[in-house]
Write a protein that binds this ligand. Structure first.
Ligand code: WT7
Length: 663
């Protein structure tokens, strides 16, 4: 972000006070900040009381071996019991847990907590029968159907950590995750619906299973398949099992057992600065406490009356924390939607809000920006007056999008909570509280009670108001990641080495404190891009490009994009024998399209570059490091910055010349 946009941002002087009725009845009041600061562990002990424990902890936090934390030491609980059974036992079995809305119109189903309990129990029985024991890993590669939530909870119920892989990822990406976490069973569907058409999933699982076996000698023992589209699927009788022939026929009784607070709950892969995704490990007690507390406090959830909807996919951490674990632990009623925002009609989301009377709505800035472009007539055509709290997550929300969201979607009544957090933090860390904090368009404001954050210099000095630096979390928190699956060293190096002396968690984001001391998260400071709220690694896409036989070298940058926040821009040097081919065709040639599709095949559609530029050279320092800063200048159509540290300072002229000549 340029200095000028920055200073414009920091001059934001619009303020929105919490609505009086919301403030009067707010779940968390102002005093919580002081109380949490005074005795953090007592505050977190109080939050853990939201859950049912079969055995209470002896110690809230054991931080004797940092950065390896243990929370609620000695405590025992079952996450699925907390998300499902206890609500039934409390007499709320008839309450709707999930209003599921399929993509095909009228394909919908409302599931009560009692029904959810029966289905989770059936799935738990089937997984056990398929040989899944406590501690075994189960991969989930599914569309947004109730069975996905049921499977996650069934895994939690039997203590088998799940790893959900986003259904848009390729078979290669799936294979590497299966291998990395040693998944024994995969749960999938024949396919899902995308913009009115069925799209197959099972073939990618078959391919991934074959690749895992051939390349790494890893055997996936069983594949459990939900029939969703009824499409033709290849079948291996030794491995494949239909959901409707197993789970649907299993006993709906299942005796859960309590697990240690630190028992692994799940592994979620996310992009880092190297080509290899990191398996972020979350454990049971602390994670569930963080999700339940934040979902209740930040959205001011009133489980009796609210209808909550988070539009994330369960393939991302937002779906884990704010579709599955937080809302269900709190006994909320929520909407789960399978499809895209604008199919079959542009106003599908607004129609769903109207139909179900959604009161709390949580989505991403990229979606808000795309609705802004379509115009306010579309949301205006629906009755959105049920909404009372709006949330934003995934990337910085620009002030214009914030104000549009508040005015057009929220009718000017609703607070907007801009929530900053990460796969690693497990739950929301920085956000306004809708009944306490005033809103300031574009700012995530301050850490929630119980969380300590700061913006610091390279040397670890806290920056004064009006200045920028690196975002750090200065105290451990219950839902923090415990390690990177199978790689404690990488865990230490990535998050805890930068400020090792102070013992702070380095988030990888740049941030500013404005004149009031409120925080503005500005984006990643490492080689990680944020495209439509999804994290992508430059190196991972570079490796995908270089794996193509026509590519000699590649450099990828995230360039500002008005719709997706950042967009993937690649600079590629071709192998000699293919240069002529590209020259003949010019920009937009077949080769560019071929490379874009190659990235899609290797990683998934979200990683497909917006733009690929074929260049003769890449700008490198004398030590051979690619200067992405200069490439970003080109991609964002700026004058190219200082080139004096380049090994060959004429390279940028070559690149710019090449681009203006259209070749
Ligand atoms: C990165 C984490 C948190 C769930 C979704 C993404 C960026 C996230 C915000 C926000 C500015 C944000 C950061 C962060 N980010 N929320 N409210 N304002 N930036 O999870 O894939 O782990 O990505 O998303 O850069 O580091 P993730």
């Amino acid at each position: 972000m340029s200095e000028q946009t920055l200073s414009n941002l920091l001059k934001e002087d619009r303020r929105f006070e919490p609505p009086t009725d919301l403030a009067a009845d707010a779940n968390l009041k102002e005093e919580a900040y002081a109380r949490a600061a005074e005795d953090r562990e007592a505050f977190w002990a109080e939050q853990a009381e939201r859950l049912d424990w079969t055995q209470k902890w002896d110690q809230v936090l054991d931080w004797s071996n940092p950065p390896f934390a243990q929370w609620y030491v000695g405590g025992k609980l079952n996450a699925a019991y907390n998300c499902v059974d206890r609500h039934v036992e409390a007499g709320r079995g008839d309450k709707v847990a999930i209003h599921w809305v399929g993509e095909p119109v009228d394909d919908k189903r409302s599931i009560t907590y009692a029904e959810l309990q029966a289905e989770v129990s059936q799935a738990a029985n089937t997984l056990t029968e398929l040989g899944v024991g406590t501690g075994d890993r189960v991969a989930i590669y599914m569309p947004m159907i109730p069975e996905a939530v049921v499977t996650m909870l069934a895994c939690a119920r039997i203590g088998a950590p799940h790893t959900v892989v986003f259904g848009g990822f390729s078979s290669d990406a799936l294979a590497s995750r299966l291998v990395d976490c040693g998944a024994k069973v995969v749960v999938t569907a024949d396919g899902g619906y995308r913009r009115g058409a069925p799209s197959a999933l099972k073939p990618a699982v078959d391919e991934a299973r074959a690749k895992a076996a051939e390349r790494d000698g890893h055997t996936v023992e069983k594949v459990l398949v939900v029939q969703r589209t009824g499409g033709e699927v290849a079948w291996d009788d030794d491995v494949d099992v239909w959901w409707h022939e197993s789970v649907a026929k299993a006993s709906p009784e299942h005796q859960w057992e309590a697990f240690d607070a630190e028992h692994p709950l799940y592994v979620m892969y996310t992009s880092g600065t190297t080509g290899k995704p990191k398996g972020i490990l979350h454990t049971t007690g602390g994670y569930l406490t963080g999700c339940a507390y934040t979902h209740w406090a930040v959205f001011d959830l009133k489980p009796e009356t609210d209808v909550y909807w988070c539009t994330a996919d369960i393939g991302w951490v937002t779906g884990h924390s704010y579709i599955v674990y937080g809302p269900l632990a709190n006994g909320a009623t929520q909407v789960l939607y399978e499809g895209t925002p604008d199919a079959p009609e542009k106003g599908r989301w607004w129609q769903i809000i109207e139909e179900y009377g959604v009161t709390i709505f949580y989505t991403a800035p990229t979606a808000i920006r795309s609705f802004m472009k379509q115009g306010r007539e579309i949301p205006d055509a629906r009755d959105l007056s049920s909404l009372r709290v709006l949330g934003s997550v995934g990337e910085p929300i620009n002030p214009e999008a914030y104000v549009w969201y508040r005015e057009v979607v929220g009718g000017g009544r609703t607070p907007v909570v801009d929530t900053w957090w990460q796969t690693e933090t497990g739950s929301i860390m920085i956000s306004p509280l809708p009944g306490v904090t005033h809103g300031k368009p574009g700012s995530a404001m301050i850490p929630i009670p119980g969380v300590s954050a700061d913006v610091v210099t390279e040397e670890g000095e806290s920056v004064p108001n009006g200045s920028g630096g690196y975002l750090v979390l200065t105290e451990p928190w219950p839902s923090m990641l415990r390690t990177i699956w199978g790689d404690d060293q990488r865990y230490k190096d990535t998050y805890w080495s930068r400020y090792a002396q102070q013992g702070w968690y380095f988030a990888g984001d740049g941030a500013k404190k404005d004149d009031d001391g409120d925080l503005w998260v500005l984006g990643r400071v490492d080689d990680v891009m944020n495209v439509s709220g999804h994290r992508l690694s430059t190196t991972e896409i570079e490796s995908a490009l270089v794996s193509h036989p026509k590519v000699a070298e590649a450099a990828v940058v995230g360039a500002q994009d008005p719709d997706t926040g950042q967009a993937v821009c690649a600079f590629v040097i071709l192998r000699d024998e293919f240069i002529a081919e590209a020259d003949d065709a010019g920009e937009g040639s077949d080769i560019v399209e071929e490379l874009r599709n190659h990235v899609r095949k290797e990683i998934g559609a979200i990683a497909k570059p917006r733009q690929i530029m074929i260049v003769p050279e890449l700008p490198k320092t004398r030590s051979g490091k690619i200067m992405r800063r200069l490439l970003r200048d080109v991609a964002e159509h700026r004058e190219v910055g200082d080139v004096t540290t380049l090994a060959d300072s004429t390279v940028m002229d070559l690149i710019s010349g090449r681009l203006t000549s259209g070749k």
